[in-house]
Design a protein around this ligand. Structure first.
Ligand SMILES: [Zn+2]
Ligand SMILES: [Zn+2]
Length: 78
């Protein structure tokens, strides 16, 4: 029996929502920050907690000041 990553209680089949490789209660698949209901497969997970991509995940964990012109990292370099 998988445990819900949010409330850490067993998730029974009838109430299971699988998303991002984790099994959630349907009522637990919510953004940890803004409490918005999340769409399975279209949200972010950080340390077994669900977040909506925007604005929450981007605000809390998104890259900050990473786009500095790419002088230290180049996608085209082979
Ligand atoms: Zn739960
Ligand atoms: Zn959110």
């Amino acid at each position: 029996m998988p445990n819900c990553p949010k409330c850490e209680k067993p998730v029974y089949f009838a109430e299971k929502k699988t998303s991002m490789g984790l099994d959630w209660h349907s009522g637990c698949l919510r953004c940890e920050r803004c409490n918005k209901t999340l769409t399975p497969g279209s949200h972010a997970v950080h340390q077994n907690k669900g977040y909506c991509h925007k604005p929450c995940y981007a605000t809390m964990f998104g890259p900050k000041g990473v786009n500095t012109g790419g002088d230290s990292y180049s996608y085209t370099q082979k």
